[in-house]
Ligand binder design. Structure first.
Ligand SMILES: [Zn+2]
Length: 319
């Protein structure tokens, strides 16, 4: 994700509000985690490991991350849309990088395969290695990718009404190259894509809340998200999606959902406020509170289920 400013006063006020209202479970030791949370944390550790070298687009570390995601999708029984999960994307040439990038795209078949579809997205690239330090990007955005894997496993067990497309985008950090390529050459006609739910930075609880952004553009999505938030174990806030906000506080253009928004497709973006390790080498899996992260994954799953049942009612915003 790319943001211009952090407004500390606003973040402080939000933290106070969240502390008053939120029921955030305390951190647990790894040994005490239930199997689902342990699996989520294990995957996060794998994708944000030093061996992935920060997953910068066009590097060997990116290729390793890609192989990991494809192996996880294959193991759970997910299927690509065409012949392969890997969809090549051309990157802008950069020193030390190749121009060959790739999105990873899978499809979970719904019970009504010809109707509207939902695209769940996260980006697997991050910033790579800088001055000998690996930028692991555990929160940004290994966390979104692992959430997608978890949701995909459940959807495969209990099929949704509508087709769900999983998109693990490359090169978000270099200008949302992967998501722009996706909407410019979509695997299904764009007018079938009723909704994009984009997860980018969903694991850090520093701001005490998970934000749902996008409902100001598509008000019909708000009750759908509110329904999902009813039993959420983490505090859910709505906003960061209006033009009257200071630069950087309107997240409409901040991550891969913007590619969908620019094509007139409604989106819901899930993410946390920037934190001290945002775009720093300290964005490690060890800094993630497993209970908070599990809570955001559960909310995302509930949101997907809620949206799936009402997908036909989601209408496009006027641009
Ligand atoms: Zn990001």
């Amino acid at each position: 994700m790319r943001r211009l400013f952090i407004h500390r006063v606003c973040a402080f006020a939000i933290a106070i509000l969240a502390a008053c209202n939120a029921t955030v479970a305390p951190a647990q030791s790894t040994a005490m985690l239930d199997a689902t949370t342990a699996r989520i944390m294990q995957r996060l550790g794998a994708l944000a490991a030093d061996s992935m070298e920060g997953r910068r687009a066009g590097t060997p570390g990116s290729v390793r991350a890609r192989a990991y995601l494809v192996a996880e999708l294959t193991a759970m029984g997910a299927k690509p849309i065409g012949a392969r999960f890997v969809v090549p994307v051309t990157l802008r040439a950069r020193p030390g990088s190749d121009t060959a990038g790739a999105n990873i795209v899978a499809r979970i078949p719904g019970k009504s395969p010809s109707g509207p579809v939902m695209v769940l997205s996260a980006h697997y690239d991050h910033l790579g290695v800088r001055n000998g330090e690996v930028f692991n990007g555990a929160d940004d955005d290994a966390s979104g990718c692992v959430a997608l894997l978890t949701i995909a496993e459940r959807l495969l067990r209990e099929p949704p009404e509508h087709d769900v497309i999983l998109a693990f985008f490359d090169a978000e950090e270099s200008g949302m190259v992967g998501s722009k390529a996706f909407v410019n050459a979509p695997p299904v006609p764009l007018d079938r894509i009723a909704l994009n739910i984009n997860l980018d930075m969903v694991a850090r609880q520093d701001g005490k809340a998970l934000w749902v952004s996008g409902t100001s553009h598509s008000p019909a999505l708000k009750p759908i998200a509110q329904e999902a938030a009813t039993n959420a174990a983490v505090a859910i806030r709505f906003g960061h999606d209006t033009k009257d906000l200071k630069p950087g506080d309107d997240w409409t253009g901040s991550s891969d959902h913007s590619a969908f928004h620019n094509k007139g497709i409604p989106f819901l973006y899930l993410g946390v406020e920037d934190h001290d390790d945002y775009h720093k080498a300290g964005d490690d899996a060890a800094k993630v509170d497993p209970a908070f992260y599990r809570g955001t994954v559960e909310f995302a799953y509930a949101l997907v289920r809620s949206a799936d049942t009402k997908l036909a009612s989601v209408t496009r915003p006027k641009l």
